[in-house]
Design a binder for this molecule. Structure first.
Ligand code: UDP
Ligand code: MG
Length: 313
């Protein structure tokens, strides 16, 4: 199978038939063998009935229904588990992403050898104030923090080599940071393609402004976890030592001053409070480090390496 098209959806009944028609038209024209996996993320409208109907008409259309609304990340994660195609393409259900991009995205994975191709909505049809400006800021930060040169981390339209989606776990709201997850799993050939963006035709957007705050916090988490989850003490220990040394330095300075001058007032010196605070923070960081090490040691993922190739084994 050439491509799996994974579509997470929540209350998108009006769009689904049109979207499927369009996808099927594009893939048949390009002689691409395919499956469409629709993940109904606990919709409260008629979406699941629509999916059942579409699936009955076309055996390439498959569906997964969640018991309740778990979020886009969970939906993508289930879709990734089920996907069988050599290339996996994710797409929003609201027809803001154009299925016409499928053949070129697939070509970039298969022929150009990329692991992940992210869509870039260079021209956006969303509300300028509430989305475009915070989104520019988020993407700038994400580029700085992750070192991945993408303009649109959160674009719903993305293509992956199968191995990538089978090696990452999209949890919480991490769908915004999948390129970072992929990078930390060792997939470095990540690029972007300018894609057509269209106004939402039916229904309403499912995300508010908090997406940017959550997205940023998740970005910090994913970066930290990627770098230090297997050796947390290297992070906490470093800063713990630093703080502790500052505290110790100040204490020494105070002790020397006290010895040489009997009238030296300890408690009215800033250094006294700096020393106190720094040593407490230093100890706290050390404790956090030890606790993290205990957790890391018991984690089932402590030795989950991704093996690329083997020889003679
Ligand atoms: N979505 C989902 N679960 C949710 C919220 C959204 O599966 O809890 C789907 C939604 O149906 C759509 C995609 O995620 O297919 C992107 O959502 P939306 O179009 O609302 O985001 P926007 O385009 O406004 O960024
Ligand atoms: Mg949308």
């Amino acid at each position: 199978m050439d491509v799996s098209i994974v579509i997470p959806l929540f209350n998108e009944e009006e769009s689904l038939p049109e979207l499927c028609d369009w996808i099927v038209r594009v893939v048949t024209e390009n002689k691409i063998s395919y499956e469409i996996i629709m993940i109904d993320d606990g919709s409260r409208d008629n979406s699941w009935n629509v999916i059942e109907k579409l699936s009955a008409e076309n055996r390439h259309i498959k569906g997964i229904k969640f018991q309740r609304n778990y979020g886009k990340s969970a939906a993508l994660n289930e879709g990734f588990k089920a996907a069988q195609g050599e290339v996996v393409i994710t797409m929003d259900a609201d027809m803001q992403d154009s299925p016409d991009e499928i053949p070129e995205l697939r070509r970039m994975i298969v022929e150009d050898g990329y692991d992940l191709v992210s869509g870039w909505k260079k021209v956006r049809y969303d509300n300028a104030l509430s989305k475009n400006i915070p989104s520019k800021l988020f993407n700038w930060l994400a580029r700085r923090v992750s070192g991945i040169k993408l303009h649109d981390f959160n674009c719903g339209l993305k293509a992956y080599r199968k191995k990538v989606v089978k090696s990452i776990e999209v949890y919480g709201e991490m769908h915004r940071n999948i390129p970072v997850l992929a990078k930390w799993s060792g997939f470095r050939k990540i690029t972007e393609k300018v894609v057509i963006h269209r106004p939402r035709k039916y229904g309403v957007t499912k995300f508010g402004l908090d997406r940017f705050i959550n997205g940023f916090l998740d970005l910090l988490t994913v970066t930290f976890v990627g770098r230090f989850s297997k050796r947390p003490m290297h992070f906490f220990g470093l800063y713990g030592t630093l703080f502790f040394l500052v505290g110790l330095g100040s204490i020494l300075y105070l002790a020397i001053s006290k010895f040489s001058d009997a009238n030296f007032g300890l408690t009215n010196k800033p250094a006294f409070y700096i020393a106190l605070t720094a040593m407490i923070i230093g100890m706290q960081l050390f404790l956090a480090g030890f606790v993290s090490e205990l957790i890391a040691r018991n984690s089932t993922e402590r030795n989950n390496y991704l093996i690329e190739k083997k020889l003679g084994l």
